[in-house]
Unconditional design. Structure first.
Length: 447
């Protein structure tokens, strides 16, 4: 799972742009079909860039040592000290008031961190009265929700992601014995006390918990009346044997939709499925199977792409594809010690600073953002890699664009090789987009 998890999900409106009316969808198709160069794409992205989203590190402790946590820096061993709160608050204020940032996702390593989270949330809540478009929240392992409940009830987060990686056995196997029951207790507190407008159960999907995740979703819908879920594929930098294969997400979605279809409930349920930057290798199979249909993709006011698949009158699966990575052009990731690194990818390494543009403890955020989009920046090299990708000759390149080049750089020190989450050397990918029969079959299901 992306450590930023759902970012609150999608804030959809009936008049959201759709399909080829969305600039980023057109650019993605143009690059994949080799109709424009990487440099042309880079120019287009810079011209249309806007710093809408901030993924903000808040601390370096979480109380767990999860096997699948892909953070390269181990507990207590960051490159620098935690960013002082005055600098953190000043940076967030400037981003909101002067740079147009409207979505703040608190993370690294847990959104609920002593002496830091509540002051930050309270500060953003005050700004939200002036800028009502602001959405704020974060992702937590759920262990300490009860300790923060009174404060959070007053603040009213827009969302709170609570991590559960399957039923008791599967969750505790990764996070420790007894953790499932503790998180479930605190999940009930979050729901009953309405600690956030959206209380979201966030799950990391891997090869061995797919059935457990489906059963978990059933249990929480029926027994706990949970209305929001977020499923993020494992970033397979660690635990390679848990890595999803090329079509595992398709098989999972097929099984999930079939199992949920008979459920009849009065409240709406949304299951978000993250197809984020490091999931690019899964996009071809999603398109080939008919789950992801480019002309049906929409874009909300926060720049997030999404596609709704209605399972029945109450339950919707929402795919969230990052066709072209959001890092730098749309989103900044700031580590808890202040390094501006774009996305999650650099944080997989102990020395994450070599992909950082600067540090908010040393430089103003507006100056940093100008650097972030400049020629020879990590963003520039990540986009330029599409022309030199080692996967460029493969048919699947037309939709995955060779995978996540920033992750490839972070892990292999090379932007131009396939990223660690790519599970095939060759993939006989059939382009289904122009198949009239295929499109007709899908139109009735996808809106």
């Amino acid at each position: 799972m992306s450590l930023a998890a759902s970012k609150g999900g999608v804030y959809a409106k009936h008049n959201d742009a759709i399909g080829y009316d969305i600039n980023i969808v057109r650019q993605w198709l143009s690059v994949g079909q080799k109709q424009i160069t990487s440099y042309q794409l880079y120019q287009n992205l810079v011209e249309t860039s806007g710093l809408i989203q901030l993924e903000l590190g808040i601390g370096n402790t979480c109380g767990l040592e999860c096997q699948h946590c892909f953070l390269g820096y181990e507990s207590g061993t960051m490159i620098s000290q935690l960013t002082p709160m005055p600098i953190l608050l000043n940076t967030v204020t400037k981003m909101i008031e002067q740079m147009g940032t409207r979505l703040i996702a608190v993370t690294d390593r847990d959104a609920l961190t002593p002496n830091r989270s509540i002051p930050l949330f309270e500060h953003i809540a005050k700004l939200r009265t002036k800028y009502p478009q602001i959405k704020m929240g974060g992702v937590t392992n759920g262990l300490a929700i009860d300790k923060y409940a009174d404060n959070l009830e007053q603040i009213q987060l827009d969302y709170l992601d609570i991590s559960l990686d399957g039923l008791r056995n599967e969750h505790d196997a990764i996070r420790g014995k007894g953790k499932f029951d503790l998180v479930l207790k605190n999940l009930r507190i979050a729901v009953n006390h309405q600690l956030a407008k959206r209380v979201i159960v966030a799950t990391t999907l891997h090869r061995f918990n797919d059935d457990s995740v489906i059963k978990l979703i059933h249990k929480l819908i029926i027994e706990e009346e949970i209305q929001w879920f977020d499923i993020g594929p494992l970033m397979a930098v660690k635990m390679q044997n848990y890595q999803l294969q090329s079509k595992d997400i398709v098989v999972f979605l097929d099984s999930l939709s079939q199992s949920l279809q008979p459920i009849k409930i009065s409240k709406s349920v949304t299951i978000l499925v993250e197809i984020c930057a490091y999931c690019a290798a899964f996009i071809p199979a999603l398109i080939e199977s008919g789950w992801l249909i480019p002309e049906k993709i929409r874009q909300d006011e926060y720049g997030h792409l999404y596609q709704n698949i209605h399972i029945n009158d109450s339950i919707t699966i929402t795919l969230r594809p990052e066709l072209i990575p959001e890092y730098w052009r749309h989103t900044l990731r700031i580590s808890s010690d202040g390094y501006v690194v774009g996305g999650c990818e650099p944080l997989t390494q102990k020395d994450y600073t070599h992909l950082a543009v600067s540090n908010i403890q040393m430089e103003d955020i507006q100056n940093i953002y100008h650097k972030a989009l400049a020629i020879n920046s990590p963003f520039y090299h990540a986009i330029m890699s599409y022309d030199q990708s080692s996967c460029r000759h493969k048919a699947c390149f037309s939709h995955c664009l060779g995978g996540d080049s920033l992750l490839a750089k972070a892990v292999y020190d090379d932007y131009n090789v396939k990223d660690p989450n790519c599970t095939w050397d060759e993939y006989q990918y059939k382009n289904m987009l122009n198949n009239e029969k295929y499109s007709t079959l899908c139109n009735g299901l996808v809106q």
